[in-house]
Design a protein around this ligand. Structure first.
Ligand SMILES: Cc1cc2nc3c(=O)[nH]c(=O)nc-3n(C[C@H](O)[C@H](O)[C@H](O)COP(=O)(O)OP(=O)(O)OC[C@H]3O[C@@H](n4cnc5c(N)ncnc54)[C@H](O)[C@@H]3O)c2cc1C
Length: 381
């Protein structure tokens, strides 16, 4: 399988954009734990935000593969800035798949236009991997939902204009999978509060917040999909977005490999360049092979998604393996920088800190393995 010439053009354009707009400022954003939102506007003008949103809703109608290719390139240049941009449309997949025509027309077009930022709030202080444990409550009173509760680690929590909130609407249901719904909350509503989390290990250019809902009222029309079907909608949503996370892992790994190669070619030891040593070459070969295998997995999973043949096991394989590859590769890349990696070379240190998140969010690697195993057990008798 190879990319089409249009897809190769997209890859080139995303790479050039990242090189030109944020490579030189990535250290500053990491240190300040913020991002220059002027770059958001530029990224939108270039079609990099929510490119998978259909043309009738203002997007470019590209596939998940194209979105993942863009993600890989942005993360390859800098994971923090890549995440600050790629997550801006996080949740629009859910609206596009489950929203009404009215909701799609209202909420989708501002996202690719660079006028609105989205977020999706599922995780809570006492509910992470097990989403059936969420306590945030959306109580129906007449024609409004009244929302109360707290969400934790929410990407774009402080910057989002609207947020999809995973909340309990049907607490009386015996089956815990039928209790939650997805409700869109405009963050300008009274009772909404976001508190920025400082001091993250990595992807520090990306905003992360604790979010509180204190009697936040939204009209019942803000329900996305069906009441009580939130859990199933969420699983479908993750099957789309986890593949983007796999692309993040490939991007951070590829960027680290390139830094390692350029360092070992320059560094002299044992009578020549470090790159001439077989032990060093074997490391590079292993890093590159794992990256290529991870890339093949996410390409194939995305291709199937784009052709309406979702394979949850393959998406989870891509996410798990790309996360582990990212962590493996940044570790080896820093090792090849020696003491300079530990002390002086800020970029490889940043990548080392950034990579770990790929193994944690949108389903830890153990959760991905649980999905793979459950699919295997269903398919093979
Ligand atoms: C930077 C950042 C951004 C985030 N952005 C968002 C966001 O935008 N929206 C949102 O809703 N959430 C977000 N999250 C939350 C993230 O999705 C959760 O942290 C993640 O799902 C894990 O949940 P937890 O932290 O509660 O860990 P826990 O659920 O407590 O799990 C801890 C560990 O236990 C192990 N474990 C868990 N379940 C299993 C299992 N079934 N089998 C074996 N081992 C298991 C895993 O090793 C796991 O890492 C973000 C987190 C971070 C750090």
């Amino acid at each position: 399988m190879d990319l089409t010439s249009e897809q190769k053009d997209i890859v080139r354009a995303a790479r050039e954009f990242a090189e030109g707009e944020f490579r030189d400022r990535a250290k500053e954003f990491d240190e300040k734990e913020e991002f220059d939102m002027a770059i958001w506007k530029l990224a939108a003008e270039n079609g990099f935000i929510g490119c998978f949103i259909e043309e009738e809703y203002g997007g470019m109608g590209l596939g998940f593969l194209e979105h993942s290719l863009i993600t890989e390139q942005l993360w390859r240049v800098d994971p923090g800035c890549g995440q600050a941009l790629c997550a801006l449309s996080f949740g629009s997949e859910m609206i596009q798949t489950f929203g009404t025509e009215e909701q799609k027309k209202k909420y989708l077009p501002p996202v690719p236009a660079g006028e609105a930022i989205m977020a999706t709030a599922i995780t809570e202080p006492d509910a992470g991997s097990d989403v059936t444990m969420v306590k945030t409550r959306a109580e129906k009173r007449g024609d409004t939902y009244v929302i109360n509760g707290s969400k934790m680690f929410i990407t774009n929590g402080c910057t989002a204009h609207y947020m999809l909130v995973y909340a309990i609407t049907n607490p009386e249901e015996r089956n815990s999978h039928n209790r939650a719904s997805v409700i869109l909350v405009e963050t300008s509503r009274p009772g909404f509060e976001a508190i920025k989390i400082h001091g993250k290990m990595g992807i520090r250019a990306s905003n992360t917040a604790e979010v509180n809902f204190n009697n936040v009222e939204v009209p019942v029309e803000n329900l996305i999909g069906k009441e009580g079907r939130g859990f199933y909608q969420l699983m479908d949503f993750f099957n789309m977005t986890r593949n983007h996370v796999a692309a993040q892992g490939v991007g951070v790994a590829q960027g680290a490999l390139e830094m390692a190669i350029s360092h070992v070619k320059k560094r002299k030891a044992f009578g020549g360049s470090l790159s001439k040593l077989q032990g060093v070459q074997f490391k590079l070969a292993e890093m590159a092979t794992r990256i290529e295998a991870s890339r093949s997995l996410y390409w194939r999973a995305a291709w199937l998604l784009d052709h309406g043949k979702l394979d949850p096991a393959l998406v989870s394989m891509a996410k798990w393996f790309a996360g582990e590859t990212a962590v493996y590769v940044v570790n080896e890349a820093l090792q090849l920088h020696g003491g300079y990696g530990y002390i002086a070379e800020y970029d490889i240190q940043r990548f080392y800190r950034d990579a770990k998140i790929v193994e944690i969010y949108e389903g830890s690697k153990e959760v991905e393995k649980a999905v793979i195993a459950s699919e295997l057990l269903k398919r093979i008798f």
